[in-house]
Design a protein around this ligand. Structure first.
Ligand SMILES: N[C@@H]1[C@@H](O)[C@H](O)[C@@H](COP(=O)(O)O)O[C@@H]1O
Length: 235
């Protein structure tokens, strides 16, 4: 596990961009695993401002809220379009379909998408409770795509993006930890003091399903990009 400390989120976006660019130039990337949330926004800004071409590449996103149409401005489809896909077209962009009510079928479909598009580099943010994707504490490390019930703390944290807390969906489809761990390379980004505990527990605490991010300790190629505040509990 390599830890890169940066001064702020803009520098973090640049550091992640440089890694992705080098891997792309070396011909190592066919499929990029993407994340939502405010954390990867500066990385996406770097990509948009660059001359990198994604038209031969595929993207696979981690998750989507259940019940939100792609046109809903709170959906992760919408987020990705706005922050990346509109400016940088890919061959295919895959996300779970939040409007499908047949959860079993949708999760099987998404597992198939992941199997057909092995992820070369997976970008991750982390929740304050150390969730990755939407895999909340207690999620199995052997899990594949599933419908997840969001915890109260995740709903509270994510409510800042919604008009009111009641608008936050209670469920999401999320890629499982097993699938995340099958990515060849993982870049986890975290900024701000609110993430300090999650970063410490994930990187230096025991490896346990109570801390989803701690699964990353078992991966052979993980790069953590953190600012001082998120790194402040690390020893
Ligand atoms: N499902 C997403 C995660 O993938 C993301 O890492 C997390 C943190 O969001 P933020 O980057 O806005 O702090 O939020 C959501 O729950």
């Amino acid at each position: 596990m390599k830890i890169i400390k940066v001064t702020n989120q803009v520098e973090g976006g640049k550091a992640a961009f440089d890694i992705i660019k080098n891997e792309m130039v070396a011909g190592n990337v066919k499929t990029l695993g993407l994340a939502t949330g405010s954390t990867p926004e500066t990385l996406y800004q770097e990509i948009v401002a660059s001359d990198l071409d994604f038209t031969d590449m595929n993207s696979v996103n981690l998750d989507e809220y259940v019940g939100l149409e792609a046109s809903n401005d709170q959906s992760y489809h919408y987020f990705m379009k706005k922050h990346l896909f509109e400016a940088k077209p890919f061959k295919n962009n895959y996300l779970p379909d939040g409007t499908t009510s047949d959860a079993k079928k949708e999760c099987a479909r998404y597992d198939q998408v992941i199997a057909e598009n092995p992820i070369d580099i997976q970008i991750l943010g982390i929740g304050e409770n150390a969730h990755i994707g939407f895999n909340e504490p207690g999620s199995s490390f052997e899990g594949t795509t599933s419908e997840v019930k969001l915890t109260e703390s995740t709903i509270a944290a994510n409510s800042r993006n919604f008009a009111k807390k009641e608008d936050v969906p209670t469920h999401a489809y999320s890629m499982g930890i097993k699938s995340i761990m099958q990515s060849k390379k993982i870049i986890l980004l975290a900024y701000g003091e609110k993430k300090a505990e999650a970063i410490f527990n994930s990187l230096q605490g025991p490896v346990t399903e109570d801390v989803p991010g701690s699964a990353l300790q078992n991966h052979s190629d993980v790069i953590i990009i953190v600012d001082e505040a998120a790194a402040k509990l690390l020893k």
